[in-house]
Design a protein around this ligand. Sequence first.
Ligand code: AMP
Length: 282
Amino acid sequence: MKIIRDIETLKLAIALHKKNGRTIGFVPTMGYLHEGHLALAKAANEENDVVVMSIFVNPTQFGPTEDFESYPRDEMRDKSFAEEHGIDILFLPSVEMMYPDRLTATIHAKRRVSVLDGALREGHFDGVLTVLAKFFHLVQPDSAYFGQKDAQQVAVVQGFVADYFFPLVIRIIPTVREEDGLAKSSRNVYLTEQERKEASTIHEALLKARNEVVELRDQAGILANIRTIINRNRSHKKIVYLDMYQYPSFEAIEDWEKPIVIAICVQYSKARLIDNEIIGGV
Ligand code: AMP
């Protein structure tokens, strides 16, 4: 595995692979790797000759009061994880490398962002798209791999790539979960023991709701049932958002036959967790 920290070295490595006609799979991450990231890496490995993974905690997608400084980081551990899981190039740029100067032109997400994290985390998806535009130009992947766990991110990125004809395929990988159903997340390390035990009810509630979408078709009732299940727990927490929309538009539900996403965010004492279920083929 090649570890690359600077853009010029990355460009040379990519140019060589391109010259040799190799396909490139790209897995962008913020590190603190877990099985969720590795599922993306596995798919990238199966479908490409070369796999590039980036680890970059991107400051432009964090708000001023969010956890950019305290976001978990462990480069040593990530390096050995990546090496063991077939990554060919691990790209570890610094903030200065990715943002050498103030931007002359900015990217602003306009659709699919008026609700949930798009509404609550001002500028979050602008930051995500900004860094992805940079990465896509540098890595020139044939395919880029994203997790369904971040459903709104997937929808926004797919729209962006389609809008601007980025010459790559976005591949969506199902959410990898702990045995009890909790979605794997770098932020799970912030859960207390009690919170960790109870956090599996997020998935349990969403799974029940999945059946109710098919049988009940009553949005308020379905959401109320999810709240009831999650609020049974003793640990202090706040449901930051819980709602359902048409997918991938993230607009109000008008057609129950078309794909629907139920998305939730729960704030525990230190961990902000998100999860979702998508019902109907996408
Ligand atoms: P992050 O490092 O949290 O920015 O995540 C990097 C990529 O891994 C994103 O595309 C996420 O959606 C994806 N990812 C994170 N957690 C999971 C999971 N539990 N299962 C599948 N993909 C995930």
